[in-house]
Design a protein around this ligand. Structure first.
Ligand SMILES: [Mg+2]
Length: 237
């Protein structure tokens, strides 16, 4: 049976602490700028609650701002500005290049029908990072496309069920979904195999809803298990 891969970007294909800090700081500053709260207070509120709301933008619109709304384009222009984009290639380090090379190798071995980067970040960020990583590592991901989830879903982010429904409709084959955020994994979807990427956890989760991998190469052995499991199920049905 053929399958497509949806792979998250930040925290999976790239996990660079300098760039992560720059983005978090910009989100806090945007939060402060829009709410009028001090930077210290904004940082505290934003970092405590943004995951619960899925994104800083949702936290602002749903909880913090009563008489106005903030929009995705405004947020992305502020956070992912030209200065940040121009610094990407200088901040990428050897570990990032090693991990990226490993992902490129693993993705080429999985023989998926199609491979999509599937991220809540804007296209400009994804494309800048991917082209820098491909250039610095002399390897390519062999992507079918880069999908910025909110840009193609009217501002909706992972893990809104509707965005997964749309991918289900668009891709008729089985979907292997890789993300580093447990709450993004769309559990209880018959057609999806969910993979949690967590390079810091040394044990495998016992969850029935997803498989945990600790490195890109871990994906190869886990995919063999998934294929075997599917073959047994196919024979039984
Ligand atoms: Mg992520």
């Amino acid at each position: 049976m053929g399958f497509s891969i949806l792979i998250d970007f930040d925290g999976v294909l790239l996990n660079n602490s300098r760039l992560n800090t720059k983005i978090s700081d910009r989100c806090d500053r945007y939060f402060s700028h829009k709410t009028g709260l001090s930077l210290q207070m904004s940082k505290k509120i934003n970092r405590t609650y943004y995951k619960k709301y899925g994104h800083t933008l949702n936290l602002l619109n749903e909880k913090m701002l009563t008489d106005t709304k903030v929009f995705l384009e405004d947020f992305n222009d502020y956070v992912y500005d030209n200065k940040l984009l121009g610094e990407v290639k200088w901040d990428i380090n050897k570990k990032d290049i090693f991990t990226f090379k490993e992902w490129a190798y693993v993705l080429s071995k999985l023989e998926a029908d199609s491979i999509y980067v599937y991220s809540n970040a804007p296209t400009v960020w994804l494309e800048e990072c991917i082209s820098s990583l491909e250039c610095l590592s002399s390897s390519a991901l062999g992507l079918t496309n880069v999908v910025s989830v909110p840009e193609v879903n009217d501002g909706l982010f992972k893990p809104t069920p509707l965005v997964y429904d749309r991918m289900d409709t668009q891709l008729s084959n089985h979907i292997v979904f890789i993300d580093d955020s447990e709450q993004n994994l769309p559990i209880h979807r018959e057609n999806w195999t969910n993979v949690l990427y967590d390079e810091n956890v040394m044990y495998s989760s016992k969850s029935k809803d997803y498989t945990t991998i600790h490195s890109p190469k871990d994906m190869l052995s886990k995919m063999k298990q998934i294929h075997l499991h599917q073959k047994v199920e196919d024979q039984q049905s």
